[in-house]
Write a new protein. Structure first.
Length: 175
């Protein structure tokens, strides 16, 4: 059975069809490049509505059985940017190091990275990671944190994720 991974684009305009979703496909492409284990993507494009984001995260991490849920969009300072709040509301444990590292890497490229509020946390047996909305920033942020993702999934008793070590060398402690 293939590992299930949720990909959530949070965007009012994309959810209404006014804007092409580029974030979700960028995440899908990245995962396709770095993961060597079979996986199935469960994709959603939703509006910037906190209750809807929360419900989507709960569905993907619960009944849909995703071990990893990656969001794009809704992490800025605008009034409708509420993805981090929704993530924090559904997670039992927050992992602030993900956001800290993603901001550090992004700050090397653009000074406005300090405005980004992406975070990560554990919801049940799922790791949820919030990413910015721009495809280039998505790749930079995933490159920064993905080495820790397979081991985190191990620790929450999820499936064993394998990576193409020429792209991302997953870190696991030596036994």
């Amino acid at each position: 059975m293939a590992t299930r991974i949720g990909i959530v684009t949070v965007s009012d305009r994309a959810s209404r069809g006014e804007y092409e979703d580029r974030g979700g496909p960028a995440i899908q492409d990245y995962l396709g490049e770095v993961l060597t284990c079979p996986f199935e993507s469960i994709c959603r494009v939703i509006s910037d509505d906190q209750s809807l984001i929360e419900q989507t995260l709960r569905d993907l991490s619960g009944p849909e059985g995703c071990c990893l849920v990656v969001t794009t969009g809704g992490t800025g300072p605008a009034p409708r940017d509420v993805t981090p709040e929704a993530t924090e509301a559904v997670c039992q444990k927050l992992l602030p190091g993900f956001g800290e590292l993603m901001r550090k890497v992004s700050l090397e490229k653009v000074p406005t990275a300090i405005l980004s509020r992406q975070t990560a946390g554990i919801c049940g047996r799922s790791l949820i990671i919030n990413l910015p909305g721009q495809p280039r920033a998505i790749r930079e942020c995933l490159d920064a944190v993905f080495a820790a993702v397979p081991y985190c999934i191990d620790l929450i008793e999820g499936p064993y994720l394998t990576t193409d070590e020429s792209k991302v060398k997953a870190f696991r402690p030596k036994k």
